[in-house]
Design a protein around this ligand. Sequence first.
Ligand code: MRU
Length: 355
Amino acid sequence: MIPTLEWTKEGVRFLDQTKLPLEEIYVTATSYDDVATIIRDMIVRGAPAIGVSAAMGIALGVDRSKATSIDDLSKEVEKMSDVLAKTRPTAVNLFWAIERMRAKYYALASMEGITIPQIKQKLIDEAQRMYDEDIQACKDMGAFGAELLPKEGTVLTHCNAGALATCGYGTALGVIRAAVERGAKIDVLADETRPYLQGARLTAWELLHDGIKTTVLCDNMSGSLMRQGRIKAVIVGADRIAANGDVANKIGTYSVAVLAKEHGIPFYVAAPWSTIDVATATGDDIPIEQRDAREVTHSNGKQMTPNGCGIENPAFDVTPAKYVTAIVTEKGVLRAPYAESMRTMMDEIAETAKA
Ligand code: MRU
């Protein structure tokens, strides 16, 4: 399995994704501040991986704390949560994970007679549980989503929603992996995904690692291939899904979705339930991260644009729900109208939890 991130005795170890595909280098965070920098600098990226990284960041911060009272430790937990929450704004998994760790911390801190060493261990256990749950969720998404993909043919993906964007296996790429494991003869077209090249550098790297035939294409090429009938389905991940089913994902996803609809090609989104943000009504309410202009002006250290020209660098866009054929989650497959199918699935989840 690709070791995107892991808890170690020395700290949280990350595969440095800025160095792929040419170098496999690991960096170890020994403080929550290190974890925040690693998320901000995209050494780790992808919504589910960002979430679990933040959870491990809090576990690490608490573990290394010198606080001798619960009051002091609580103040530190608030500080850590705040610093980690300010790293990247779009992927809701980040905020979901921080809230889950805070809730766990306060539940523990209010327990009669609990000691600080016990709290430390239980927060490490919670972060590790989130890591394990993430891998299981990806496998479950794979099982549901594999049924939707063609038994044979070419599937297009945008950005990297793979093992590298999760704790292992992947969401959109997990569905592709699951289909291939079940015998489908699928080859993958990976949009290069300018400006950060998650498709060219990361998706291609991890799919080839698994022996899945992968072809990289520039972001402006898929429309032409769709018109030639060469793409059977599109599957992508998500950074945040609003209550009405609008999907925020890597910049360029929207164009692919519109093209897919025009050509009658199914457009699937695979994401864990933690990516669904029912508190956000529509895609228009999702905060879109704006990144440094240099990611656009420079390529491999070389300036590509004339001095003085304006630069746009939104990291994500929103695909309205009407372009989404289905959303694959670890609980099952959602179909339009999404607000209704999300509610039904949430009720089913609550019923199962009660039983
Ligand atoms: O900026 P990134 O690389 O963090 O963006 C990643 C994406 O947009 C992914 O498609 C999304 O997070 C889903 S990952 C399973």
